[in-house]
Design a protein around this ligand. Sequence first.
Ligand code: ADP
Ligand code: MG
Length: 692
Amino acid sequence: MKTIPEYFGSHVFNDEVMQKRLPKDIYKRLKAVLEEGGSLDLSVANVVANAMKDWAVGLGATHYTHWFQPMTGVTAEKHESFINPKDHSHVILEFSGKELIKGEPDASSFPNGGLRATFEARGYTTWDPTSFAFIKDQTLCIPTAFCSYDGSALDKKTPLLRSMEVINKQAMRIIKLFPDEGITHVTTTVGVEQEYFLVDKKLYEKRPDLVLTGRTLLGAKPTRGQEMEDHYFGMISPRVSAFMKEVDEELWKLGIFAKTEHKEVAPAQFELAPVFTTTNIAADHNQLTMEVLQKVADRHGFACLLHEKPFEGINGSGKHNNWSLTTNNGINLLEPGKTPQKNARFLLMLTAVIKAVDEYQGLLRVSVASAGNDHRLGANEAPPAVISIFLGDELTGILKAIENDADYQKDCEHSMTIGVDAIPQFPKDATDRNRTSPFAFTGNKFEFRMLGSSLSVSCPNYILNTIVAEAFRQFADYLEAGHDFEHDLHQLLKDTIKKHKRIIFNGNGYTDEWIAEAKERGLLNLAATPDAIPYYITDQNIALFTRHGIFSEAELKARDAIQYETYSKLIHIEAATMIRMVMQEIHPAVSEYEQALLQNEVFKAKIYQSHQKNQLLQELSELNEKLYSNTEALKNSLRQMEQADTKTAALFCRDHIIPQMNKVRECADSLEEITAKKYWPYPDYTDLLYHL
Ligand code: ADP
Ligand code: MG
């Protein structure tokens, strides 16, 4: 049997494989493009493609695909086999440089927000050589970007790659203001903690809501929830353990550094975290991780639920996006330094993030907005919908001292004046891990905690990269123009802290007091997705994205349109599924139970004796009537919504459809509690959550 180091990355066409399989000069030319940018000669691409094919065929691959990330949020692939006819009865296996570099999927089947003119349905996928090709399901997968005929981005990878160039460019301007440390390149790094639920596949298949929408639209609370707080880090059952082992193995083969697996707070909930890596690779890896989780779950008789809120009343699933800035020579720029100089640079980086988050709260909020995540944010389990930064008391104290030109006093022994020339050394803050903060500094990185579990991390990261790059740009403009660096730097820190400190909050984000205080501070509180979407295309944000070449105005408007569309389509599917479940199964089932009760001799006798309707029967029939009429009302509203344009429809969902769905659910869940289990058509919460 192979050891982990032996099979780690065995299905990845990585640097080691390239070095081994490519002629020296070809390898060099490919590396040059990877490191310095530029485009690859077709002659070079041909050799690379051929080597890739030989390697892949050797590992059992028969097909190749351009693997891309359209704006649906999931990945897409169109498989082509390597075979080419040689003559009437023979084939050869071929893969050309042209096929490696460019693909032409039909763009009309993917969301494009109006970017694709009807006369030109073609879209192009182009190889992203910075993310290694890999083999999955006997298919060689080439990570690609997806653009329309005129080069407009139709995917989530393109803006992410653009944003990484932008933050490198602006961060390097800051780096150059400090003594040379051999830094030539800055990149962002990301580690994604992924939460998910496992349910038994047989039970899952009996629930159309889970199958069609990923969450239970109905279901009475189980008599045991998470109140015993006994699930977090608890023992993992052998069945789940076998699943996790296989997930790790599959991920390791794909070169993904899966590291931690544990139980989460809710029953049947788990988390997987990899070791961090470069952002665009982390984004690819997270997409792959979600896919592997679902496939391996299926093999083990489970369904893996990635929905943000599969069960009402039980904690939902999120995704923590740990983000930092790293240099080519391995310096973490968000790690407090050992000397005042390095701490000055650290504080400059830190205040840039503070400024960025404060100025672009709306954008960060919209980057995590989805119908699914609306069930979490602000619901006392995930961070609130208000964005704030947790820094910890020590760092906050230091910033306060800088702002007020005061002595920084951590304890009586260490008291020093804060000037840039004498910024104190301070330990990495490992104390308070405030779990309620949406955006927390955790010692040497920021943890963005508002992401929903099914979200692609691309969008939050290209937004983070871009807004921080913008803060760097403004800082660099100011500092480059000055004469007295130390003085200017001090002034800049002071001014920035003064202006943006309102975004810093170290307290409990779940309380009503905080929401009230946040309002007083002028922070945004965008509760639902339709409230957040308009922030994509405010003047400030169009200016930001176009200035840095991340998006054109047309590309932004397309994304705005897609978000409205996705939101209302999803709610529509949910409402329609709910109506079906009620009309086809629940209403008839309850009626049947009523009938059975009526025919039951004991019941009959009782009713006869008391000359009145039995209490249970009365309750059943009243609730069932109410269920029916509420569902009819929902049906009518849905018809009304179908007439509206996407934006109006989205608002209609928020204001009418969702509240009406809640009403239907309330009746159905009450009925579930009083209907004999053998009549109830669906597995209940206890079945789903406690039978792994
Ligand atoms: P937790 O948040 O659960 O306490 P850790 O602090 O150990 O967990 O780390 C969570 C994630 O943060 C991991 O995926 C880890 O690789 C990632 N991480 C650690 N350092 C960095 C960094 N410099 N940049 C990005 N991610 C990082
Ligand atoms: Mg975490």
